[in-house]
Design a protein around this ligand. Structure first.
Ligand code: HEM
Length: 569
């Protein structure tokens, strides 16, 4: 009997020891939620109930309530604490100058479940560099202006045509923009990713549906109309699934297990198969074009795939090896290009459309600025061409886009992991700590905190001495105010766009900052110009115009509606 009691006691002690072992281990000196530190699940339950669909926004709001710029979260039973930094200046220093920080295992686990061989999922090193070398020219002025711009313009025109038709049927009622913007950005990335050799697009199906007599929009209320959604080709669906899957697995909190399970589901396996065949076919077709046609190589580059295949041919020649056109690496770079280029730009555009709708003054200034910049097209009663838009210098357009990016928080959190023990703002962080860097909140969309200069890193102090400190001091940083990016030219009343006017981090920074930044600006310039040129964005009913977000792969608005009045040319 005594032996039995002893065994029970030993089991109880072992269970208790295991429980203690699994409890979060806070990093000394950095604040945290007390309740979370007493639970194996840490902050997850509160994040799921209080943060609901926007977990990152919840984390930033928790940190913003405390006085200091650092806060730690416990996001899983086996994970070390995650430290959140809400100070632009120190974030900038870490991203640009501190060599001990690299892409984190956490991010690699989340994104790597679908596109493991994409360079976003690599630590900085030779393999990452080799992938970047293959893609390098995608952001060159000639590729952007001669290949990407006409293709994106083509998709923007298709969206304008669809919305003209929807505005006519809606007859001053509001309609949802989410699917259309999402599909327009997908078509744009397919246009410049694959060119004409891939025939499927999403927007033309929506156009056809609305133009047929049996398209039957429903009208629950007198002020809103819901248009039916036309099905799109399975290859397009399979690509959209990548971002959905990443968001869904990240939400589970158990990422490795989440991917293990998800990647075994029949629907997921089918989508993988469809994507593989599509990309392989496109790569092999690009290779055939490269070898078969007699024309100059430059005139053969009509898409991102053409460019990558050509670069592989050149590198193979230089390295004295046979080119490898088809590999998992090439496949994942191409798919990553589609995901990165599609979800981020469509989300930013959804927020930009909201700001247009809710800031009639900014909208009018933008339209006037575009008409004055493109005075010839305006006088001729036509929209500016893609060349006219991409070569123009319209300060108010740049300011509008920069302000939309600042407030959209499309990627609400950046991440880095340290490969040795380090110090951030006076706090010791052990090797392997994951640091989350907020792209909104204090110093970016709220007033920044006063931080003792002596706590800042040496490089942060030095750079502040060499350059001006960036702060939003003159206008409420929470408000949409494009003028904050405009400054008077010396000796005149003219205003110019200053991209360094104040803190913003939409694309991250440094070596691992966004690779597609120039392409994103180009796409936003083309899309916003054509939309504002063609439509007046009228106010929508209050219930349809909220700013509540949903965090998935990106930080999206929960509701996005427009009420459009076509502008007569
Ligand atoms: C408005 C649109 C976009 C936004 C807001 C955005 C934002 C970001 C952010 C915040 C990062 C992480 C940066 C960091 O960790 O410092 C990133 C990385 C990246 N983005 Fe973008 N992005 C956009 C469009 C694009 C486009 C169009 C492409 C290309 C097709 C692209 C390709 C990439 C790649 C490849 C990386 C990973 C870079 C690396 O790890 O070396 N992005 N982006």
């Amino acid at each position: 009997m005594a032996g039995y009691a002893l065994a029970i006691a030993a089991v109880a002690i072992a269970v208790y020891a295991a429980y203690r072992l699994l409890l979060p281990k806070p990093i000394p000196g950095i604040p945290y939620n007390e309740t979370a530190s007493r639970s194996i699940l840490g902050d997850i339950p509160a994040m799921m109930t209080e943060g609901k669909e926007a977990g990152f926004s919840w984390m930033i709001s928790q940190a913003s309530k405390r006085p200091g710029p650092l806060f730690q979260f416990f996001l899983g039973p086996f994970d070390k604490p995650f430290v959140l930094l809400t100070d632009y200046r120190e974030s900038r220093d870490i991203l640009l100058r501190r060599k001990e920080w690299d892409r984190s295992d956490w991010s690699i686990d989340i994104l790597g479940g679908q596109i493991a061989k994409h360079h976003i999922n690599m630590k900085t090193g030779p393999a990452w560099k080799a992938h970047r070398r293959l893609l390098q020219d995608l952001m060159s002025p000639s590729f952007l202006n001669d290949v990407a711009a006409p293709n994106i313009y083509h998709s923007a025109e298709a969206l304008v045509r669809l919305w003209r038709e929807k505005a006519r049927v809606a007859d001053d009622r509001s309609f949802s923009t989410e699917t259309d913007v999402y599909y327009a950005a997908l078509d744009a990335v397919l246009d410049f990713g694959f060119g004409d050799s891939f025939p499927h697009r999403a927007i033309p199906h929506q156009q056809k549906l609305i133009e047929t007599a049996n398209s039957d929009p429903s009208s629950k209320d007198s002020d809103v109309i819901e248009f039916a959604k036309a099905p799109i080709h399975e290859t397009l669906e399979s690509m959209l699934l990548i971002a959905d899957a990443i968001g869904a697995v990240a939400d589970t909190g158990l990422v490795k297990l989440g991917w293990w399970w998800r990647n075994r589901q029949p629907a997921e396996r089918k989508a993988h198969g469809i994507r593989d065949s599509l990309v392989k076919e496109q790569v092999l077709m690009a290779k055939d074009r490269l070898y078969q046609e007699e024309s100059e190589v430059k005139s053969k580059i009509k898409s991102a795939v053409d460019l990558m295949v050509n670069r592989e041919k050149i590198f193979a020649q230089k390295d004295g090896r046979e080119p490898v056109y088809w590999s998992d690496d090439i496949r994942d770079e191409i798919l990553g290009f589609v995901v990165a280029g599609h979800d981020t730009t469509s989300t930013t555009l959804l927020w930009a459309v909201k700001y247009l709708t809710d800031s009639p003054d900014a909208q009018k200034k933008l339209r006037d600025a575009l008409r004055s910049t493109h005075s010839d097209p305006y006088a001729e009663g036509r929209p500016p061409t893609y060349r006219e838009i991409s070569s123009a210098n319209c300060g108010y357009l740049e300011a509008f886009i920069e302000e939309s990016l600042r407030l959209a928080n499309t990627v609400p959190i950046l991440e880095r992991q340290c490969d040795k023990d380090t110090v951030v703002l006076g706090h010791h962080l052990p090797k392997g700590t994951t640091l989350l860097l907020a792209t909104n909140g204090p110093s970016i969309t709220e007033t920044g905190r006063v931080i003792d200069e002596s706590l800042r890193s040496e490089s942060s102090r030095l750079s502040a001495k060499e350059r001006d400190l960036r702060e939003w001091s003159s206008h409420n940083p929470a408000e949409f105010f494009p003028e904050r990016w405009l400054e008077k030219n010396p000796g005149s009343d003219e205003l110019s766009f200053n991209p360094q006017a104040g803190p913003t981090l939409p694309f991250g920074l440094g070596l691992r900052g966004c690779f597609g930044r120039k392409l994103a600006y180009l796409e936003l310039r083309l899309m916003v110009t054509l939309l504002v040129w063609n439509f007046e964005f009228k106010p929508t009913p209050a219930r349809l115009s909220g700013y509540e977000p949903i965090d998935g792969l990106t930080h999206k608005p929960k509701t996005s509606y427009v009420r459009l009045k076509p502008v007569k040319e």
